[in-house]
Write a protein that binds this ligand. Structure first.
Ligand code: GLY
Length: 301
């Protein structure tokens, strides 16, 4: 098979507040990832870097600028997976971690565990010199206003509440020149989340999956639906057993998501050949890509 590389990233499903500047940011991040892959960087390093950059950009719901919990806090979830050996790392409900995806990578590389949560994960971060930030770094005025409005709408019908929620999450999937696949996903979760709620993003197989035999997948959407569908692994299994393209697998998985759980959200996929796929059940999804070393694209839709 000819050596090639591909990269796809997303900035969440649903409506986007500032389309132009979000797309500019997505394009710049894909360009950085593309340059790394072209020079021979591993897909694992590239997905971590792309997700870090998305976490640092307050326009997206991950890291800085994340949505707020019912108590007005930022609680973050992230995961990363390596397709060559199925190693994975994940963290959930962490507070004050500047880049949760880097903490997830540290869990994968430096611990015997896959998934750390809350205070324990923060203790592990401290012991491993992971960067922390104080609450004002994460909390933007837009998110404060969004929480206020969401709390008000909670007194209305459940449908209305769901309809108005934004399903922001960020993610990246990549194939490198050595033929290795990797995926990473990071999120602040849902606006007004309560009781330590955790969505699909840090759950390996639900919000993130990578296997060199099939593909790398990152999901965005209403986490409860994606957990129930084991969505990322479902996409991988469709490719494994049906031998279809990344695009067909994405479409089939989203069709199942709609039919089985009336699910809301989207997936991005890169397969072992470097072909990409995407599908969503929301009004849109913001994404960017480079396919087999070609042109860098950034799109909403
Ligand atoms: N997909 C992000 C979440 O539901 O938390």
């Amino acid at each position: 098979m000819k050596k090639t590389y591909s990269l796809m990233i997303h900035g969440g499903a649903g409506s986007v507040a500032n389309k132009t500047s979000s797309l500019e940011s997505i394009k710049k991040i894909v360009e950085k990832g593309e340059a790394m892959l072209r020079k021979g960087a591993s897909s694992l390093d590239v997905v971590e870097k792309c997700v870090m950059l998305l976490e640092n950009d307050p326009q997206f719901n991950a890291g800085r600028g994340s949505v707020l919990t019912h108590e007005g806090k930022v609680e973050l979830d992230a995961s990363i997976m390596n397709g060559s050996d199925l190693r994975a790392g994940a963290v959930a409900g962490v507070v004050g971690i500047k880049n949760p995806v880097t903490l997830a990578r540290e869990v994968m590389d430096k611990s015997e565990f896959v998934f750390l949560v809350g205070k324990g994960a923060e203790k592990f971060a401290l012991a491993n010199n992971i960067a922390f930030e104080k609450p004002p770094y994460f909390i933007t005025p837009q998110r404060k206003e969004q929480l206020m409005n969401t709390k008000k709408s909670n007194h209305m019908t459940l449908d209305h509440t769901i309809k108005d929620r934004k399903f922001g999450t960020v993610g990246a999937v990549a194939l490198d020149l050595k033929g290795n696949l990797a995926a990473a996903t990071s999120t602040g979760g849902l606006v007004n989340k309560n009781y330590g709620r955790v969505g699909d993003s840090p759950i390996i197989g639900a919000g993130c999956y990578a296997d060199n035999e099939t593909c790398a997948v990152s999901c965005t959407g209403y986490g409860e639906h994606f957990i129930r569908m084991v969505m990322a692994k479902t996409v991988s299994d469709i490719i494994l057993y049906k031998k279809v393209s990344a695009q067909t697998a994405s479409e089939l998985a989203i069709k199942m998501l709609i039919n089985k759980v009336k699910g809301l959200g989207g997936v991005i996929v890169v397969d072992k050949y470097g072909k990409i796929g995407k599908a969503y059940s929301t009004e849109g999804m913001i994404w960017g890509s480079v396919v087999k070393g070609g042109e860098v694209k950034a799109m909403l839709g």
